[in-house]
Design a protein around this ligand. Structure first.
Ligand code: NAG
Ligand code: NAG
Length: 406
């Protein structure tokens, strides 16, 4: 530090403008009037464990033709935020979990969508059935009561439908539907706060993600902003009814998918923009490794008949986000600026568009499809490849997108 010329009156902030600056900085940092988007929130940003931006982006293939643009939006304003899409063991469906708390089933052109199951025993038409409004923030205050089914999977052996509900936990319903039975609501004495997705092991065990131990779905934005890693991978054992913690300390664990031979399990870590692989059998059993680093924020992941994996990715990472992810203090100041969150996010170069990507069993990219302008598909949550067609779910919009494929 330059000491020369330091006079006595240069002590602690002598000039009024310096004091003002310090005060302004202090106000932004502490945000005592809760003007920033975080309000009075106990915001605890941490460093993420994320692959370097350049390393990921330079290697990532792009879809210059932006082929997702040729997709079609179907069932517009008939389904609300269908995050997960599933077909039953007879191939009927799709079934979809909606923002109003219902699981619905497609019955064909004349009957169309019919309620198949409810997760919450307290579901009521009056409070919960808010149609297109249910994908807006208005529904957040009802979601705890109405439920929010996010992950759906049929058990091919029993014909049961398993449901990961963001508020209620893990549930199951028989093949005739109805009100689901709650199977796992607590683990080690603490609530499953944010069940997100699941898959069914051939021995009957259900592997499912609990996205955070601090935040429920309505506060999911804080998980991303903080980079907090209190999520878990859980296993429900139907024989004993017990739930076990398989992995903890995960950053927004989201989609879950077992491999075709079930030697490994994949799950996405949304905050860290990657897919992780947990080996279940063989020489590497129990080992956890990075399967693929992604250019954006993944949601669900689903297997194809050939045993490859489709990941739904909300795009994209930016350089600014990289700086933020490595400097928690910077996020701490920035997101206390008294401006709208969408504006602050926009300033970091975040523009939402969609990318879906197919991986082989080694984690190599086989295919990338994009809608670069976000013209047709925005905020995708899941991709199912069924009978020559991709079915694309979304947690935020009131439609399902489809695209002939391959
Ligand atoms: C349903 O309502 C009952 C009675 O108010 C309550 O005890 C129970 O916890 C509620 N269940 C759920 C899943 O919200
Ligand atoms: C089912 O398989 C999983 C994964 O290998 C294992 O953790 C679990 O203990 C098995 N459950 C039973 C009942 O064998």
């Amino acid at each position: 530090m330059e000491k020369k010329g330091l006079r006595k009156e240069d002590g602690l902030l002598p000039r009024p403008w310096l004091s003002l600056l310090a005060l302004a900085f202090g106000l932004v940092f502490m945000d005592p009037f809760h003007l920033g988007p975080l309000g009075g929130h106990d915001y605890r940003p941490v460093k993420h464990n994320i692959a370097p931006y350049d390393q990921v982006m330079q290697r990532w293939p792009r879809d210059c033709r932006s082929r997702l643009r040729f997709g079609k939006l179907e069932f517009v304003d008939e389904v609300f935020g269908p995050e997960s899409l599933e077909f039953d063991p007879q191939g009927r469906g799709p079934y979809a979990g909606l923002a109003d708390g219902r699981v619905v089933r497609w019955m064909g052109e004349s009957i169309r969508w019919k309620t198949f199951a409810l997760v919450s025993p307290n579901w009521s038409e009056k409070v919960c059935a808010n149609g297109v409004e249910s994908t807006t923030a208005k529904q957040h205050k009802h979601e705890k009561l109405c439920g929010r089914p996010l992950g759906l999977r049929f058990d091919k052996t029993s014909g049961k439908l398993y449901i990961a509900d963001a508020y209620l936990g893990l549930a199951a319903v028989g093949h005739h539907g109805g009100v689901a039975t709650l199977l796992s609501t607590h683990v080690q004495g603490r609530p499953v706060l944010f069940a997100n997705d699941l898959d069914v092991h051939r021995n009957g065990s259900i592997f499912f993600t609990d996205t955070s131990s601090r935040y429920s779905r309505s506060d999911h934005f804080f998980i991303l902003l903080e980079g907090e890693a209190t999520g878990r991978l859980l296993r429900y054992d139907p024989a004993s009814g017990a739930t076990h913690v398989v992995l903890r300390g995960l950053a927004f664990p989201n989609g879950v998918q077992l491999s075709k031979d079930q030697t490994f399990l994949l799950f996405t870590e949304t905050t860290n923009c990657r897919i992780m692989r947990l080996w279940m059998e063989g020489p590497k059993a129990g080992k956890l490794e990075v399967f693929a680093d992604l250019p954006g924020f993944p949601d669900n992941i689903r297997i194809t008949e050939k045993g490859q994996f489709w990941a739904a990715i909300d795009c994209c990472r930016t350089r600014a986000q990289e700086v933020f992810s490595r400097n928690p203090w910077l996020r701490s100041v920035y997101f206390r600026l008294p401006l709208r969150l969408s504006f602050l996010a926009g300033m970091t170069g975040m523009k939402m568009f969609t990318m879906i990507s197919l991986f082989d069993e080694e984690g190599n990219v086989v295919e990338v499809l994009e809608d670069r302008g976000g013209e047709v598909m925005k905020l995708v949550s899941e991709v199912r490849q069924v009978q020559g067609k991709l079915w694309v779910g979304t947690v935020a919009h009131n439609s399902i997108a489809t695209l002939p494929y391959p």
